[in-house]
Design a binder for this molecule. Structure first.
Ligand code: PLP
Length: 386
């Protein structure tokens, strides 16, 4: 019997002399925080410009980016934030940390993004923000959501932790008229190990966010005049210098991942029992943060065993996020009335995807065509053996 060839995937994170030079530049500035150096300021300008936004504010991580954005949008005790039931827990935790109730809403079974019709049904007089997540880099239905936002007066906050460089009908994240939050955690499409950013279409909110992210203190304050409540969410100069280098690589990497996903999703779609994440032609630039697929109907334990087999065969494979209402953390504070089972009844798609979904790290999609074929063969064999 022929031994199967082992696929070779590039490492992540990636770096070269651009990151090295950036780190030395930050080091030798002699000022390692944003209030004294140039790296964070420069990164913010470059990131805002790249995404077509008026303003960018760099922060410590993506969770803090969401918290800060929500706080600036008036989220606090007595308010509700609508979030997808299928997402990484930070989307709901950010709202809950501010004392608000996080209201999970079902996602689309094909795109895994929040279902706009379900959002419409969940809006109440207490809803302060609707938070779509661009799952795996595929934009949520920003047309329907923008219409709903206009009809209800409830603003959108895009959780764009997966969507650096993504577009909707040619528009970049910062051109869609809403606030957007990003993560630069180690696995993200651009990274400094940790980090985050918020894009603001509106100068007043950006100025408030700047104060809040720096203990309520104006840029030039020397007398400890803390004007509003806040915290220290400032990004440091080293991280920003690395992110400036990472941003320059982003577009080429998106183009390569897109080419590879076109092939891999076709191969996956041809395997009995495998359904790759769907597409939406209006989401015309998918940044491909995860290569996701479902094995509809598989039991959760069998899916977990399948992921273990894929890892053994050399794939960077992971089980899909657990539906947020199926975690203990979700119920500690800021949960709506009800039980996990009652929410599951309203969110059958989130429930199913969290049990039958699998994702591959985006470095898979930075490999060669040969690796796409090997990846599909490994998956086909593993699924046939379930
Ligand atoms: C959808 C989503 N939102 C928010 C975050 C939080 O970002 P961070 O890890 O930088 O806090 C993540 C992932 O890490 C995420 O996947």
């Amino acid at each position: 019997m022929n031994a199967r060839q082992v696929p070779e995937f590039p490492q992540w994170p990636q770096y070269d002399d651009a990151e090295r030079d950036g780190l030395i530049r930050a080091l030798e500035q002699g000022q390692w925080w944003r209030m004294g150096g140039d790296e964070v300021n420069s990164f913010e300008l470059e990131f805002a410009e790249h995404h077509g936004a008026e303003h960018a504010l760099a922060v410590t991580n993506g969770t803090h980016a969401l918290e800060l954005a929500l706080q600036c949008m008036g989220v606090g005790p007595g308010t509700e934030v609508i979030v997808p039931a299928f997402t990484f827990i930070s989307s709901s935790q950010a709202a809950q940390r501010l004392g608000a109730v996080a209201v999970p809403v079902d996602v689309h079974p094909d795109t895994y993004c929040i279902d706009a019709a379900e959002v419409a049904a969940a809006v109440t007089t207490r809803t302060r923000v609707i938070m779509p997540v661009h799952m795996a880099g595929l934009m949520a239905d920003m047309d329907e959501l923008a219409k709903l936002s206009a009809d209800t007066g409830v603003p959108l906050l895009q959780d764009a932790a997966h969507a650096h460089g993504a577009r909707w009908q040619g528009k970049r994240v910062g051109e869609l008229g809403s606030v957007a939050a990003f993560s630069f955690q180690n696995g993200k499409l651009m990274t400094a190990g940790e980090g985050g950013a918020v894009l603001f279409p509106d100068t007043e909110m950006y100025e408030t966010a700047f104060l809040r992210h720096s203990c309520g203190r104006p840029r030039d304050d020397r007398r400890y005049h803390h004007q509003i409540a806040g915290s220290n969410l400032r990004l440091n100069e080293f991280s920003a210098s690395v992110l400036r280098a990472q941003l320059r690589r982003l577009d080429d990497q998106i183009a390569l991942r897109d080419e590879r996903w076109t092939l891999l999703s076709r191969l996956l779609g041809a395997i009995d029992g495998v359904v790759p994440q769907g597409d939406d032609v209006r989401a015309d630039r998918n940044s491909h943060y995860m290569a996701m697929f479902r094995i509809p109907g598989i039991a959760e334990q069998a899916r977990n065993a399948l992921v273990d087999r894929l890892i053994e065969a050399g794939l960077p494979a992971f089980a899909a996020f657990r539906a947020i209402y199926r975690t203990d953390a979700f119920w500690e504070f800021g949960a709506p009335e009800g039980t996990p089972d009652a929410i599951a009844e309203r969110c059958p798609n989130a429930e199913a995807i969290s049990q039958d979904g699998i994702w591959l790290h985006h470095r898979t999609l930075l490999a060669g065509e040969r690796e796409m074929h090997l990846t599909a063969e490994i998956i086909a064999d593993a699924v046939a053996a379930v």
